[in-house]
Design a protein around this ligand. Structure first.
Ligand code: PDD
Length: 281
């Protein structure tokens, strides 16, 4: 495998950043995960727009031009012969003597791009079974709209879910509402057939997959309500599912100790999953 690290393509096993990289010391960096589907990187413009926003919010400069990043993304996918999988971009504030204050202007941000294959067959098999999720108290900082590499709360929430036999954690805020998953956005389908997901303006990352699904919902003329929903409402839902570049739409068949719907992947989630790539760039 090949990785791109600060201007060079290197063997993945040899790829390294400095011990004083601020990503390592302060989690002072941002990232993107794009799906690779059928040899193509899905929704690159939208991912780079969001990367631009994350960088701007943290006052980190682009490490190279946007078109250079696009070029390297495709190179890394090609050099690793990834037909289906993901490509990962990480940008940190760079390498400097440990000090909380931003380093001097001449410190260049660090960039790493890697790609990894994954099996569409295995993902589809998972989607045919559905996943279990477990609720977890929302304990993240309020700026979860920025896609930072500071993911320790997400790691702990997902690990707690895994130890109960689940694949994802659903954060629940002080009002009893589900915000999002540890690495996914959260959705339900009500008994009346309406798709519900939380507004992206508060408490969640604005998922690219979420945005694509919104386009699909509009195109298909499905009933949609963008509003917070409680964990209790989710327990009673007809369907539930999660979305992310790494999972697309993944049906949820159990939340905590409650079976969702008839305990099988829902028809709405399944159809959105099947239709997904007709709505991507
Ligand atoms: N996670 N919410 C959180 C907290 C996420 O980490 C992610 C993505 C999403 C969905 O965003 P998108 O649809 O753009 O992938 C929502 C990536 C895949 C990850 O951390 O691996």
């Amino acid at each position: 495998r090949i990785a791109y690290v600060n201007g060079q393509y290197v063997r993945h096993t040899d790829a390294a950043v400095h011990i004083e990289d601020r990503g390592y010391q302060f989690a002072d960096g941002v990232y993107e995960v794009c799906e690779v589907w059928n040899g193509n990187i899905v929704d690159v413009p939208r991912h780079l727009d969001r990367l631009d926003r994350s960088l701007t919010e943290l006052q980190i400069d682009w490490p190279m031009t946007r078109s250079a990043v696009e070029f390297v993304l495709r190179q890394v996918v090609r050099r690793n012969k990834v037909h289906d999988g993901i490509v990962y971009i990480q940008v940190t504030r760079g390498v400097a003597k440990r000090d909380h204050f931003f380093p001097a202007d001449d410190v260049a941000p660090s960039i790493v791009i890697t790609a990894r294959r994954s099996s569409p067959e295995a993902a589809n098999a998972q989607a045919e079974k559905g996943i279990s999720v477990f609720s977890y108290p929302e304990n993240r900082w309020p700026r979860v709209d920025i896609k930072t590499v500071a993911l320790l709360p997400n790691v702990l929430a997902k690990q707690a879910a895994k130890e109960k036999g689940g694949k994802e954690a659903w954060y629940v805020d002080a009002d009893g509402c589900v915000t999002e998953g540890g690495s996914t956005n959260a959705w339900i389908v009500t008994k009346a057939g309406a798709l519900v997901t939380r507004p992206a303006e508060n408490g969640i990352l604005r998922g690219i997959t979420r945005t694509v699904i919104l386009d699909l919902i509009e195109r298909e003329g499905l009933v949609f309500e963008e509003r917070p929903f409680t964990l209790e409402e989710a327990y009673e839902a007809k369907e539930a599912f999660v979305t992310a570049a790494s999972t697309i739409a993944m049906p949820v068949i159990r939340i905590d100790d409650r079976i969702i719907g008839n305990g099988h992947p829902g028809s709405v989630a399944t159809r959105l999953r099947e239709q997904f790539h007709t709505a991507t760039d």
